[in-house]
Every structure is written in C-alpha cells, then in structure tokens.
Design a binder for this molecule. Structure first.
Ligand code: ADP
Ligand code: MN
Length: 174
C-alpha cells in the first residue's frame, strides 16, 4: 500500500501511565473539534492482541494490526492519539508529539489510586524517572515536533491545552 501523508494535523499524546494523557487528550479533542483515539481501546474493541505478557500478566498488543486498523483515519487527519508509547507508529502520521511529564511523588499517588502496586507501580515510576518515553519520542520523531509538557496540576493542564491549541493553529495556518 502507498504511504499516504495525512490531509490534516494529527497529535500524539504520550507519556508514562498516569501522567494525564487521557484527561488532556479528551479535552483537547473536544475544544479543537478533533477525534480522540485511545490506542488501548482500539486494540480491545478490535481484539488486536498477540500472545500474553507473562511478566505483567496482560495480553500483548499486535502493533502492526493496530496500525492497519488506524491508517485510513490517520490519513484523513484531525486526530488526537493517546498511548504510553510512541516508537511503533509511522513517523509520517504525526505533526506534533506531546510528552507529558509528572513529578514522581504525584505520579506515585495517582498510580496507587488507580490500584497499581508492587513491581507494576515501581516500573512505571522508574519509566518516568528515566524519562524513557521522552527519549523514545526524541529518537522516533523530528526533534522540532516533540514537546515536553509538565502535567502536575489542573493549572498545568489548562496551560497545556492553550499551548497545544496555539501550535495546532500554526499547523493549520501553514
Ligand atoms: P493517563 O491517561 O496518562 O494514564 P489519566 O488522564 O488517566 O492519565 O490521569 C491519571 C490521573 O491523574 C487521573 O485521576 C486524572 O484526573 C489525574 N490528572 C491528570 N492530569 C492531571 C493534572 N494536570 N493535574 C492534576 N491531576 C491530573
Ligand atoms: Mn489513559
């Protein structure tokens, strides 16, 4: 299949679990009339899994089939994509890659509240400490489209929504 370029802007919201991707992504979509896409939900709804992760006791997402499932929608443009990883998506899909960051103590509380404990909790905190997702984003996309944003407080979220809307307007104007 030919690799088409999107006809409108697509934004990826990525970051460690608990940094606020879904909260920000959904609101961003509502305010800017974009389509919100949660990758985990797409995989569940279409049963796009392959095998089982013994370590984390969860099904493994079939990344290739997720990409096939979303290709047409992404080429249309106007999407906000929410996922805690970023390297397996086609680079051409995204015009803006937002990496949310959260202070350890705040993230710890959010993940505990979500019911995470033990190794799962520790691994996610480490992922944030080692800025794993930020580095993944910088390695996977052009540096000038990757934006690191703090996501600790409701004020941060409001600021982030405004910043991203401004960038979005610049994208559609050019
Ligand atoms: P993710 O989708 O990255 O796992 P969520 O959007 O589910 O994260 O947010 C995790 C928790 O943190 C939720 O309880 C949410 O209300 C809260 N939260 C998200 N963003 C912020 C923020 N900027 N300030 C305060 N709390 C936030
Ligand atoms: Mn989420």
């Amino acid at each position: 299949m030919a690799e088409s370029l999107p006809r409108g802007p697509n934004i990826l919201i990525t970051g460690t679990p608990g940094t606020g991707k879904t909260t920000l992504g959904q609101e961003l979509a509502v305010r800017n009339n974009l389509k919100y896409i949660n990758i985990g939900e797409v995989a569940k709804e279409n049963d796009l899994f392959e095998g089982f992760d013994e370590e984390y006791q969860c099904p493994l997402m079939d990344e290739d089939r997720v990409i096939d499932e979303l290709e047409d929608t992404m080429v249309e443009g106007g999407n906000v994509v929410d996922y805690h990883g970023c390297e397996f998506f086609p680079e051409r899909w995204f015009h803006l890659v937002i990496v949310l960051r959260t202070d350890n103590s705040i993230l710890y509380e959010r993940l505990e509240k979500r019911g995470y404990s033990g190794k799962k909790l520790q691994d996610n905190i480490q992922c944030e400490i080692f800025r794993t997702i930020l580095d993944e984003a910088i390695e996977s996309y052009k540096e000038n489209i990757v934006q690191e944003l703090q996501s600790n407080t409701p004020e941060d979220m409001e600021e982030n929504l405004e910043k991203i809307s401004t960038w979005l307007n610049q994208l559609t104007a050019s």
